[in-house]
Design a protein around this ligand. Structure first.
Ligand SMILES: Nc1ncnc2c1ncn2[C@@H]1O[C@H](COP(=O)(O)OP(=O)(O)O)[C@@H](O)[C@H]1O
Ligand SMILES: [Mg+2]
Length: 589
């Protein structure tokens, strides 16, 4: 589940690189144009060397009549350079921006399909950091670095070409340093990739720390967490700073070392080139141009070593992105897709253990929910009620035993079709930034008519407060519905479920945020909604489920008792004692 360690990551540069390249494969014509553009750019460097040689020879020989074409050549060289760099630059960005777009959307698409378990083990901060920071790192690597790599790389090739063309023996001396350069660059690359990976992790920590204290600002203030949160954030930020500094050290050592190796080659070259035997075989123009061009190579080489850091950071980021993209999506191999199920649910001997949990949260659980019935789950918190609810839409997947819907195993339905049959209202209401109406008619319900939305809103007692708002149902609820009370938000969630009108309804403490008065009203509405559909209701207040067809009492993942309200009261055991306890509490309060 955890991201790969940075050690194993360091060895994966090449495979990540190849995988990134496959993304650009579809854009090979643009890539080719870019290559040609930068090749033209590089060729102008070759020509510049040749031009210098001709100027010196012309001056030396007093061939001043050559000045017209030499002057025109300057214009040609610069025009070529301009056109080449435009073509190269435009095309490489064209490719890179598509690659980034595909990468980002594929990452997000995968996140939409990841199992519930993934979300339990990764913070939203981490996931957001991947979509923003990591993708940005890949972007810079894929645009700027690739551009510099092509342009300067081809320049080096052109300049080397000139050197070979002028004096290949001398050039071989110059080339001899290449293997050494290779070793230095590869060691540095590994180190940079490792640091790049750590930097991303620290950015994830920063976003997590920030988003948690922003979301929980009230708890932070009231429980004196300001100091703790500040400390946590400062630490994360400082860790980030330190990793960056290490990267700076790696970069700053790398470049001069490479430069010095090149200087050594250059010095050797000079020394040998100026020996009388060699000098005699070259014209002055050739000689001066050769030395000048050899010197000119140092600049593109420096740029190449400098962008290596960006490149390695990008590769490390791409690796993390690919790791997320390779997470297995929810298992969805079923093909049954009925438009409407009748809602007959049967659990037989179901045992479920959360991944990474040490004990099963549900053990040998058997229960039959007949079509149209209302079954209530009650029991202490932690007894496994929500776990049961999470099995039906297959959020909690991978159970032992069998769960049948209309006589067919749940796994035989396609996930989308299965979930289409289910409406859920849970304790944690999720509202999206938008209007009340948009929140009620969310997702597949988005094309509901205003009349339908209104009638759902009325049934869930949303109209009661919506009517008093200036914009009615068109009032913006604010991010996560912060502008509404808990009870109001829960009513919107209930309206959403009513509008969906699905054969299976799951209410997991759906009315817990309501006061007794509102709960009684909504209960009446829910009772109407529950008719003709299979309902699993988990309730804290037992008074709300007295009329259920079946009441199931759970404890520590087991069913300890079941029956109707009257039967269970007569048994005078678990349910009866829970019930009497609540009655006493209510009359005391
Ligand atoms: N995502 C999870 N990973 C591991 N254990 C979990 C997870 N969710 C719940 N549990 C454990 O499963 C047990 C049952 O939880 P739950 O079904 O939520 O109880 P209830 O809804 O009855 O209060 C608890 O012991 C809880 O700690
Ligand atoms: Mg629960």
């Amino acid at each position: 589940m955890k991201p790969t360690s940075d050690d194993s990551d360091a060895g994966q540069g090449w495979s990540v690189y190849k995988r990134l390249l496959t993304y650009s494969a579809a854009y090979w014509p643009a890539f080719l144009v870019s290559f040609v553009g930068f090749a033209i750019y590089g060729a102008t460097q070759f020509l510049a060397g040749k031009w210098l040689e001709s100027v010196i020879d012309a001056v030396k020989e007093g061939a001043l009549d050559q000045r017209l074409w030499l002057a025109l050549a300057v214009l040609v060289i610069y025009a070529g350079r301009g056109i080449g760099s435009f073509l190269g630059n435009y095309s490489i960005n064209y490719v890179a921006r598509f690659v980034i777009h595909h990468l980002r959307t594929q990452l997000f698409d995968r996140m939409l399909l990841l199992p519930a378990d993934y979300y339990h083990h990764h913070t939203s901060g981490e996931m957001l950091a991947q979509l923003t920071f990591n993708i940005e790192q890949v972007t810079v690597a894929a645009t700027d670095s690739v551009k510099v790599f092509l342009r300067e790389g081809l320049t080096v090739v052109a300049l080397l070409g000139y050197l070979f063309y002028t004096n290949w023996k001398l050039t071989l001396i110059f080339i001899a340093v290449a293997p050494l350069l290779g070793v230095v660059i590869s060691v540095a690359s590994k180190r940079m990739r490792k640091l790049g990976h750590r930097i991303q992790k620290s950015v994830g920590d920063i976003t997590s720390a920030a988003s948690e204290s922003i979301k929980g600002y009230q708890v932070v203030r009231v429980y004196g967490g300001t100091e703790f949160e500040r400390d946590r954030f400062h630490k994360a930020s400082d860790l980030n700073r330190r990793q960056y500094m290490k990267l700076v050290v790696a970069e700053s050592i790398n470049t001069p070392v490479v430069q010095f190796l090149v200087a050594m080659a250059l010095a050797t070259l000079m020394y040998i080139a100026m020996s009388p035997a060699v000098m005699g075989s070259m014209t002055t123009g050739e000689f001066v141009a050769f030395i000048t061009v050899a010197g000119m190579i140092t600049k593109p080489l420096r740029m190449l070593t400098e962008i290596n850091a960006t490149m390695q950071k990008g590769l490390a980021a791409a690796n993390a992105v690919f790791t997320t993209m390779d997470q297995t999506a929810e298992q969805d191999h079923g093909s049954l897709a009925p438009t409407q199920v009748s809602g007959e649910l049967c659990f037989s001997d179901v045992t479920y253990q959360y991944p990474e949990a040490s004990v099963a949260s549900l053990q040998h659980f058997s229960l039959q929910l007949h079509k149209g019935q209302t079954v209530a789950l009650v029991g202490r918190s932690g007894s496994g009620k929500s776990t049961v609810a999470g099995l039906i839409p297959r959020f909690n997947d991978g159970w032992q035993g069998e769960i049948l819907l209309d006589g067919q195993p749940l796994q035989d339905y396609s996930l989308a079709a299965l979930r289409q049959q289910i409406a859920i209202v849970s304790q944690h209401v999720v509202l999206f930034n938008g209007t009340i109406a948009e929140n009620i008619a969310y997702g597949a319900q988005a094309n509901a008519t205003l009349a339908e939305i209104e009638s759902a809103a009325r049934a869930a007692h949303v109209m009661e407060f919506a009517e008093r708002l200036p914009d009615g149902l068109q009032t913006q609820v604010g991010e996560s519905g912060v502008l509404l009370s808990g009870g109001q938000r829960q009513r919107i969630a209930i309206a959403r479920a009513i509008l969906k009108d699905a054969p299976i309804l799951i209410l997991d403490e759906a009315t817990s945020a309501l006061d007794t008065e509102s709960e009684r009203h909504i209960q009446a509405a829910l009772n109407t909604v529950m008719q003709n559909r299979t309902t699993l209701v988990i309730a804290h207040r037992l008074s709300t489920i007295e009329n259920a067809d079946l009441i199931v009492v759970m404890d520590q993942g087991h069913i300890v008792e079941q029956g109707t309200h009257d039967a269970l009261i007569n048994r005078k055991q678990h349910y009866a004692s829970l019930y009497n306890m609540q009655r006493n509490e209510e009359s005391d309060g």
